[in-house]
Design a protein around this ligand. Structure first.
Ligand SMILES: Nc1nc2c(ncn2[C@@H]2O[C@H](COP(=O)(O)OP(=O)(O)OP(=O)(O)O)[C@@H](O)[C@H]2O)c(=O)[nH]1
Ligand SMILES: [Mg+2]
Ligand SMILES: [Zn+2]
Length: 276
């Protein structure tokens, strides 16, 4: 815990266990300091928001990092993660990383999908320094969690932007092109008085157990909202219903077909889990 700019090793009091509150990274707490300089967390103050995976509280924004190659870009995983973040009501930005590995393929259509939804996106390579000032500004005066699959370059990007950092980074497996889960714990670091970054362990998949209600899936594909008011049925899920404005928007290209297909896949997976 940070207390008047000092780090205090702290334990949570037993009462939390009874109240089912577990302090997480980012929490603001009431501390009592023991004679030996260690601390006790007496109270966890109300959280302005809470991320589910990994559990973090009170962030101003989450930057999702995805590499375009090594590991390959995975839009289904990205859409799942966005779905989860939208539920937490945090600001979201996306870094498409390892842009140096892009050879001939034109991935602009992918970048456009997310730009058109309204997410601020950045194309980055850590072999270069030209983005550093831009990214530094993004982090400035905020609490930012950096999240994404293992091996996409979260820790490397943070090291690149903030010269003084020396976070562990690891090679991507040559054979599977997957990250090796180098970052093992959620780590909050202070850059200056009002700027904190949180490096998080990468994941390779994301199950849907965070979803409590089927409608959440629909409502957190946020670009549907603009159209769904014009669906014939008030409670339209945009699957087989007649006169569906969302499906119409997909047809004419106002909503990305990739996103819509991922929506259908996620909804189907959720329904299958519920059935058993
Ligand atoms: N070509 C290229 N490689 C990069 C870039 N950024 C990171 N890497 C490499 O990708 C590998 C994984 O980087 P990490 O920073 O450890 O990835 P991470 O996202 O923190 O991974 P976890 O901690 O496992 O979640 C390392 O070998 C980095 O050198 C980039 O922009 N271009
Ligand atoms: Mg890492
Ligand atoms: Zn509809």
């Amino acid at each position: 815990m940070e207390n008047n700019n000092e780090i205090v090793l702290s334990k949570a009091r037993g009462v939390f266990r009874n109240q089912n509150i577990k302090p997480v990274v980012g929490d603001n707490v009431k501390l009592s300091i023991n004679n030996d300089g260690t601390g006790y967390i007496d109270e966890v103050f109300e959280r302005k928001n809470q991320l589910l995976r990994p559990p973090i509280a009170n962030v101003d924004q989450v930057i999702v990092v995805m590499s375009i190659l090594s590991p390959d870009i995975n839009l289904n995983l990205l859409d799942r993660y966005l779905l989860m973040l939208e539920k937490s009501k945090v600001d979201i930005k996306i870094i498409f990383n390892k842009i140096d590995l892009l050879k001939n393929d034109d991935l602009n259509y992918i970048f456009d999908i997310y730009r058109n939804i309204g997410y601020e996106i950045f194309l980055n390579s850590n072999n270069e320094t030209k983005n550093i000032e831009t990214l530094k500004k993004i982090f400035n005066n905020k609490i930012t969690a950096v999240a994404g699959p293992s091996g996409v370059g979260k820790s490397t990007t943070l090291n690149n932007v903030f010269e003084d950092l020396d976070l562990d980074t690891g090679l991507v497996s040559k054979k599977t092109q997957r990250g090796k889960h180098t970052t093992r714990t959620v780590k909050m670091l202070k850059i200056n008085e009002n700027t904190y970054i949180i490096d998080t362990p990468g994941f390779s998949s994301l199950d849907l157990s965070f979803i409590e209600d089927r409608a959440e899936i629909r409502d957190n594909f946020i670009e549907f909202k603009k159209f769904s008011a014009n669906c014939k049925f008030h409670n339209c899920f945009h699957i087989n219903e007649p006169s569906c404005a969302v499906k119409e928007a997909v047809k004419v290209g106002d909503i990305s077909e990739y996103r819509y297909n991922n929506y259908k896949l996620i909804l189907e997976e959720y329904d299958n889990i519920r059935r058993y």
